[in-house]
Design a protein around this ligand. Structure first.
Ligand code: COA
Ligand code: MG
Length: 313
């Protein structure tokens, strides 16, 4: 497993922010060509992003770009500029508003051709955003659409708009959460998580718009982490520390996982599959849970500068 706790979004039309983003503690940085870039600035943004792919120091991180969705007039120009135009100096593409498996396979097919022409040996990976009614309704098929996929990303703002859910600001809590009582995003977030795991993909939560509200961000990040998500998007550098912390297993979690491992091994040596730690029963399922925790802790401990380029995972 590779750490993808904090994922910082940077508008592709604001190259003055790129260097600052790379110097941050974000596990992943991506340059956006979609919703943070107005139509009139798409061309200029493509040029800035292409330069950043070739010249900027990404500090060991995979080079990630979000293209425009397939129902826009921009995505093919994005692929030409970003993939062919950079001679393949991109590792991961984020595909927003994935509306079905065919969206993924179309992009994958274009990449097949571009990679063959450029004679690239590393395949470009895809992360698909699940943020529409159609995307959620077909999420299991989307997740299995291509072996280029590495993550599914939940998009709370576009999802809310797509299903007509009232939401004051992207990913935040408001009076409608109180009116509902439970967690309104449980259903899409759970469903996307299961689809991601079904195909061995990372599951990433979307952004929290109120970038001065650290308590709200923590609450949203904890909700995602409690479900099993691997990380969360950040739209502002001030959000990175909170997100990294929430998605790193605590010392207490790690030490419990080690205790479980040890107790299980001792029991196994004595020929037993179940054992007690105090008054808590553990068995092979407990071992698998503990191994998950330890794998997550190991991934989190790898600083981004030492992390290898994606594509090999
Ligand atoms: N990446 C890198 N640097 C960023 C940044 C980002 N996403 N967001 C803010 N910064 C920088 C600012 O440039 C500023 O730098 P400075 O101290 O050198 O001047 C510093 O962080 C503090 O920024 P601040 O003044 O608090 O915010 P702002 O009002 O300039 O910007 C936003 C607020 C929301 C417009 C901006 O954070 C942003 O554009 N975020 C990304 C939005 C996005 O990508 N959306 C699409 C995906 S959901
Ligand atoms: Mg979106």
């Amino acid at each position: 497993m590779e750490a993808e706790r904090s994922v910082l979004s940077v508008p592709g039309s604001r190259p003055e922010l790129f260097e600052k983003a790379m110097r941050s503690e974000a596990d992943i940085v991506f340059l956006d060509l979609e919703d943070s870039v107005p139509d009139a600035a798409k061309d200029r943004a493509r040029q800035s992003v292409r330069e950043a792919l070739r010249e900027l120091d990404w500090r060991g991180r995979p080079r990630v770009v979000r293209i425009n969705p397939l129902d826009s007039p921009h995505w093919l120009d994005d692929l030409s500029a970003i993939v062919a135009g950079s001679e393949g100096a991109v590792d991961v593409l984020i595909l927003p508003k994935a509306n079905g498996p065919e969206d993924v396979t179309v992009v994958a097919r274009v990449l097949d051709t571009m990679e063959a022409r450029l004679r690239l040996d590393e395949r470009i990976r895809i992360e698909a955003q699940i943020e529409t009614a159609r995307g959620l309704a077909t999420v299991e098929a989307i997740a299995g659409a291509s072996d280029r996929l590495r993550a599914l990303v939940f998009g709370p703002g576009d999802y809310a708009a797509s299903v007509a859910m009232p939401m004051t600001a992207i990913g935040t809590f408001d009076r409608w959460d109180e009116a509902y009582g439970g967690s309104r995003l449980d259903y899409p977030m759970q469903r996307m998580l299961v689809a991601a795991r079904m195909w061995g993909l990372l599951a990433i939560d979307g952004p929290y718009a109120d970038f001065r509200d650290a308590a709200g961000l923590r609450r949203a990040a904890l909700r995602a982490r409690a479900l099993g998500y691997d990380g969360k998007w950040c739209i502002h550098p001030a959000q990175i520390a909170v997100v990294n912390e929430v998605f790193t297993p605590t010392d207490e979690e790690v030490s419990w996982a080690r205790t479980v491992l040890q107790a299980y091994e001792e029991a196994a040596r004595e020929g037993r599959g179940a054992a007690a730690i105090g008054a808590t029963m553990i068995d092979a399922a407990s071992l698998r849970m503990a191994e998950r925790t330890l794998a997550r802790a190991r991934a989190a401990a790898r600083p981004s500068g030492e992390r290898e380029r994606s594509g090999e995972s």
